[in-house]
Design a binder for this molecule. Structure first.
Ligand code: GDP
Length: 366
């Protein structure tokens, strides 16, 4: 890969003929030292993102290239959206070792026990078919644990190339930027944004021994909440700092609305506490279960927002899922939005998420 023909923002191959296609840059900018494609230029200067134009097939082709090599694969997940940002099936075609990193550690309450969380990630990974060589927590944004992770990469790559993979929005570009900054002192080489799918082709970051770190494009997980909301709303639902858990003492037949994006009905189990781990900016509205339907119909897009009134027309209808939790501390997960922790079993709840978004229960993460 020759850098001079690639966008320094996203790594895509540059072209000067088709303004509407990937990698366009005006002829006049070719030859300059640092060239951005039109897409990255707009993102950088106007904070505006153009639609992702790579298909799932393109992503697969790129990932196959990773699979054929025997390098170290650094797989990044968003610890706030662990299952939503998990790339299924990776273990089936990756030949090399996989180092699993849980990013955005800074979002979890400081009281979280790191070792316990790592254990939790190991056992989830195992259930999902992956046996990583190691698991670590990191905050690419805040720089937490970065040195430790750099050492782990050095240790496990054993003189081989490194491929960084992850679903869109896990913070992969931020991670790579952070590594470059730590290693070389350079700032902001790769485009990062609030928006999924910013990195469009593999970017090669040369290492001293002739090997390289490759940043692959973010793979779209279609059931991520991020794909159902506008860019403005994505900013609201994506937590930016430590989540302040909100505790609700609920009686049976009470309902919580998370903006107008999801709904939680407490059906049966006596008075119980429920701990909500969501973006601090997302308003929670409590009501009686009997009033839930009507409240939603009359107030969605207003009292119950986001999504806003303009966007509610395009928002998928809710699907209802009922769960009975028999025992133990359990999380009810709203993929991409967060989760509710139920301290004990013996409860029945119903969860409403937009059609296409996943919801499920898991052993409590915290
Ligand atoms: P990519 O699509 O995986 O390349 O993700 P980006 O690097 O563009 O990051 C996606 C979003 O997550 C951006 O809003 C970042 O600011 C944010 N982000 C990345 N790393 C962290 C982190 O360690 N902590 C927090 N709180 N946010 C992060």
């Amino acid at each position: 890969m020759r850098n001079e023909w690639r966008c320094i923002g996203c790594g895509v191959k540059l072209q000067t003929e088709r303004p509407d296609k990937i990698g366009y840059t005006p002829k006049s900018s070719i030859g300059k030292e640092l060239v951005l494609c039109k897409r990255c230029f707009r993102l950088k200067h106007y904070n505006e993102v153009q639609d992702v134009q790579l298909t799932d097939d393109d992503f697969l082709k790129i990932l196959h290239r990773v699979g054929e090599s025997d390098g170290l694969v650094v797989k990044i997940v968003d610890i706030f959206d662990f299952n939503g940002s998990w790339l299924p099936g990776i273990h089936r075609w990756v030949r090399g070792d996989v180092l699993l990193l849980g990013n955005k550690m800074d979002l979890l309450p400081k009281s979280v026990n790191e070792n316990k969380l790592i254990q939790w990630m190991r056992s989830e990974a195992k259930e999902l078919g992956l046996k990583p060589v190691d698991v670590a927590l990191v905050s690419a944004g805040k720089g937490y644990n970065i040195q430790k992770v750099i050492h782990l990469i050095e240790q496990y790559r054993n003189g081989r190339d490194v491929y960084v993979i992850g679903a869109t929005n896990v913070g992969k570009s931020t991670f790579i930027n952070r590594i470059i900054k730590e290693v070389s002192g350079e700032k902001q080489i790769i485009t990062t944004s609030h928006f999924p799918g910013t990195t469009l082709d593999m970017i090669e970051i040369p290492l001293d021994d002739g090997k390289a770190i490759y940043d692959t494009p973010g793979i779209i997980n279609h059931h991520q909440m991020a794909h159902f909301v506008s860019k403005a709303d994505l900013k609201i639902i994506t937590p930016k700092k430590e989540i302040k858990p909100k505790v609700f003492q609920l009686n049976e037949r009470q309902t919580l609305f998370f903006g107008g994006l999801a709904r939680f009905d407490y059906i049966k189990g006596g008075r119980h506490s429920f701990v909500c781990y969501l973006s601090n900016a997302l308003p929670i509205h409590r009501t009686k279960l009997e009033k839930g339907d009507e409240l939603y119909e009359t107030h969605k897009g207003e009292l119950l927002a986001p999504p806003s009134k303009e966007e509610i027309g395009n928002f998928p209808p809710f699907d209802r899922h009922e769960f009975t939790i028999d025992e133990g501390k359990t999380d009810i997960v709203f993929s991409g939005l967060g989760w509710i922790t139920v301290p004990e079993g013996g409860v029945t709840v119903a969860v409403y998420v937009p059609k296409g978004v996943r919801t499920f229960i898991r052993k409590s993460l915290i």
